[in-house]
Design a protein around this ligand. Structure first.
Ligand code: PHE
Length: 451
């Protein structure tokens, strides 16, 4: 099949922007700095980078290959490819697991993205101008503690996501990423310069990110680094596979995947370079957890000249980065509904957005009325969604995708999709996909869960 029925990216650049839009999101700007902070900084970053390039890139290539070869939603693509390859139908679990992970991720993602939307307006209103650290912490606590407010912003974000998804691949997804991604990059670079110049703690921030120190790198840290690599690259649940289905023929998958991974890594590291110097400049804790971006950055913007405008713009872009990711999280399920139940794109988007919204209420409640409720031992509803999807389902999906593409997919199909790639690169990729990535993921799992 040369085209998808859902639409196509109009060029290679648009695919890269869309996939980078999926990859670059809250995972980079909100989650990366705080998990790096909680897990010892530099050592974590090194483990994370190893996971991105040794495991993430090969799995991303595998997902795009599968997506473009099937040209359908991940569930139907897997059905199609297992049939064409004479493989067991059990491999279709990849598509189903992905759909489940997608719901879980979209549900809590929307809650945090809602915070970003709210902070956009808070910054604009000027409440942080001249504020100190205690005020910023109290503001965040008061905000997340109010169930109506949190649910309201979660609802608004989900509505926006549903609206864009409903407009389809060209008018919705592509039109959105085309405007927002370049803007995000420009602003982030400006912010790094500002942090470097005005915080006075740039070196401290950088050495926290890059210095090799093992004391806070706990037993779980390796699993968290791996989960973060999957999460930040949008891998293991079919989002990239769905986007690959809309990739025109003849564009190089390998170089696209490398570009996407490099862009994503750059945004994560640049976000760290903005946030950590500010953290140290204001005597805050780098391991503040999920509140890091919502406490330290408003504080910093409140201190800087023009910070009200600049901070507003920053949270606008964080919100947009979140939207370009959220639409990709929902895409596998929306596309599947359209194919399977033959509903329109609009109905499909509303159904998926609505279900994810409902599940998201649990995460919204975790910060207020359900703050004492735990699902997994010691983990709130929100933490459970986050942990199970990122650290369990995504890596597991990754193992299966690597093994399927490397061993069970008709290798003729793989060769066609990778046409034009130098033979040596294909050989290396095979080893990574077939052996290195699955074994690494497996070993991290066993190490974490067995002891
Ligand atoms: N990669 C996105 C981020 O970093 C999150 C995401 C996960 C998107 C899984 C799609 C699929 O914010």
């Amino acid at each position: 099949m040369s085209e998808s029925t859902h639409g196509m990216w109009s060029s290679r650049l648009m695919f890269i922007l869309a996939a980078a839009g999926s990859a670059v999101g809250l995972g980079n700007i909100w989650r990366f700095p705080y998990v790096a902070g909680e897990n010892g900084g530099g050592t974590f970053v090194i483990a994370y980078l190893a996971c991105i390039f040794l495991i993430g890139v090969p799995i991303m290539i595998a997902e795009i290959v599968l997506g473009r070869a099937g040209r359908k939603s991940p569930i139907n693509t897997m059905q199609d490819l297992t049939a064409r390859s004479g493989a067991r139908s059990g491999w279709q679990v990849i598509g189903w697991m992905g759909a489940i992970a997608g719901f879980m991720i979209l549900s809590f993602y929307s809650v945090i993205a809602g915070w970003s939307l709210a902070y956009l307006f808070e910054m604009a209103s000027g409440v942080f101008v001249g504020a100190g650290g205690d005020f910023a912490s109290a503001q965040f606590g008061g905000f997340t503690g109010n169930v109506w407010v949190v649910v309201g912003w979660h609802s608004l974000f989900m509505l926006l996501t549903t609206f864009i998804a409903a407009r389809g691949v060209g008018k919705g997804l592509e039109a959105t990423v085309k405007c927002l991604m370049p803007a995000l990059f420009v602003l982030l670079i400006l912010l790094v310069f500002w942090a470097a110049i005005s915080s006075g703690h740039f070196v401290e921030g950088m050495s926290f990110l890059f210095a090799f120190k093992t004391d806070q790198f706990s037993g779980d840290s390796m699993l968290i680094a791996m989960g973060q690599a999957f999460f930040t690259l949008s891998l293991g649940m079919g989002a990239i596979m769905a986007y690959g289905a809309y990739l025109p023929k003849g564009t190089s998958i390998v170089s696209s995947a490398v570009t996407i991974a490099v862009l994503d890594t750059a945004v994560a590291l640049l976000s760290g370079m903005v946030i950590f110097p500010i953290v140290f400049a204001h005597g805050l804790e780098p391991s503040a957890g999920p509140g890091l971006m919502f406490i330290t950055l408003p504080l910093a913007f409140g201190q800087m000249a023009g910070g009200q405008l600049f901070g507003t713009l920053f949270f606008l872009l964080v919100s947009f980065a979140a939207i370009t990711s959220a639409i990709s999280i929902g895409e596998p399920a929306v596309a599947w509904l359209v194919e399977k139940v033959k509903v329109t794109r609009v109905t499909g988007a509303i159904a998926i957005g609505g279900l994810a919204w409902l599940l998201g209420l649990g995460s919204a409640f975790s910060f207020n009325i359900w703050s004492d409720v735990t699902l997994l031992p010691g983990r709130s509803f929100f933490d459970t969604m986050d942990f199970v999807s990122n650290n369990v389902i995504l890596p597991l999906g990754g193992i299966l995708i690597g093994l399927f593409a490397g061993w069970f997919l008709d290798q003729q199909i793989l060769a066609e999709q990778l046409e034009g790639t130098p033979e040596i690169v294909i050989k290396l990729l095979r080893v990574l996909m077939r052996v290195i990535a699955p074994v690494c993921i497996f070993v991290v799992f066993v190490m974490t869960f067995v002891g």
